[in-house]
Design a protein. Sequence first.
Length: 481
Amino acid sequence: MNFVIWDIETDSAQLDWATMIEVGAILLDENFKEKERFSARCRMPQDRVPSATALCINKSNVDLITKGNMSHYEMIAQLEKKFRDWSPATFMGYSSVGFDDEILRREFFKSLRKPYLINTEGNSRHDALNMIKAAFAIDENVLKTELNPKGNKSMKLESLARLNGFDSKDAHSALFDTELTVKVLGLLKDKQPNLWNEYLKTKSKVVVENLIKQEKMFTINENFFGKNYLFLVAPLHPNSWMHPVYKWGQVVNLSANIEELQKLNYQDLKKEMKRSPRFYKTIKSNKAPIILDKSLGVKVDPYKKIGENLLNKRAELMKTNEKFSLDICNILREAAEEKMETASQEDIEPEESIYSGGFIPPKDEALFPKFHSSDWKEKLAILDQFQDDRLVTFGHGLIFNEAPEILPKDIYKKIKRRIASRILSTNKEKWWTVSAFYSECDEIRENEDKMFSFKTVDEKLKFLDGINDYVMNLEQKYSDA
């Protein structure tokens, strides 16, 4: 199985509203030897406002976001083609499950492409940071590290790479960060060869779920306040092991007094489940958790002190008492339903609806190839065949950015008014607005501590002036909508 190590840079840290502006990816064989690489950068689409902080972090100056030879639509098309060419593979980035993967799904969704490419069609995904954290929980000296300001070992990619002898001065460009991830993972593979495949076995949701259903006890790792710990856990009963709403695996910490917990009535168990630290833990099976052999957990405190006999007895009690597991699941269901009832009822925008709006209808997915292979005039006509209104909205947005002259006047004006009402809003919005950008820019300008990787204040100010002019032009463009 091949590996694809990849990284992106975006114009914002807000998942639903971020725009991917750069991507880097390296294809490796099963021995971690490079076979091919890919990188691309695009211009910013003209219907959104970037975050000044994000552009400072990834050094995306005004020329890079305006003068690139590739539009955003073209870059996403190239990326999808490359990832399909490289499939099947295990896709992995550094802290990618919570950010890069989510951005990719949304970018494919908003570009009328299948969102779940990297964990379907024979592909699987993992997260390099999850592996690094587990490695440190097992051996805190596995790699050289420095301490962060809180006195904990820094797990930042740039820091780990630098401390272990790799040049990291260009960190925060997508392809360079991809190279650093390959180097750090390669080092980990050499240092812990026996654990490497253990870390990778949970790249598939199905494998994780089978482990939880079948194993009597195993070791997981969690990171609290910057420190990595191993926990010995036992899954709930095989018939009631999954969260009834979120569909994630549930386990109990074997340091808890299972005998006493199982004697509690429903209401007392409910109270106990609210206490901190919690005696139960959640394993998010679709987010590449690390699940290790029980032998690793048995060796560390408090499990070492408890002893294997009692640990085995507690794990057996979990496997055999179905009512206790059912009660836990019912309490979790009640809490989730309560949370849903109190959740914000405000209108969900199409960009935020990848999960809440339901899956794309198969009939619409079948139209994607035809849409992308057609010219822009035909694309507009094909949008009439889509059932899902979200896709029609996205399709009109793509045409507005790529070939606005194709749009009928009424649709063009409607889209332009919608964009203007968003970006020119003076309220605090979920997306970035012109006024939010200006405030942010002023703050960076005046704050001497916010230097990012600029070498001088003059360099920083020149950079900010450039992106500020860019947003002023956007404001001008939409002020007459």
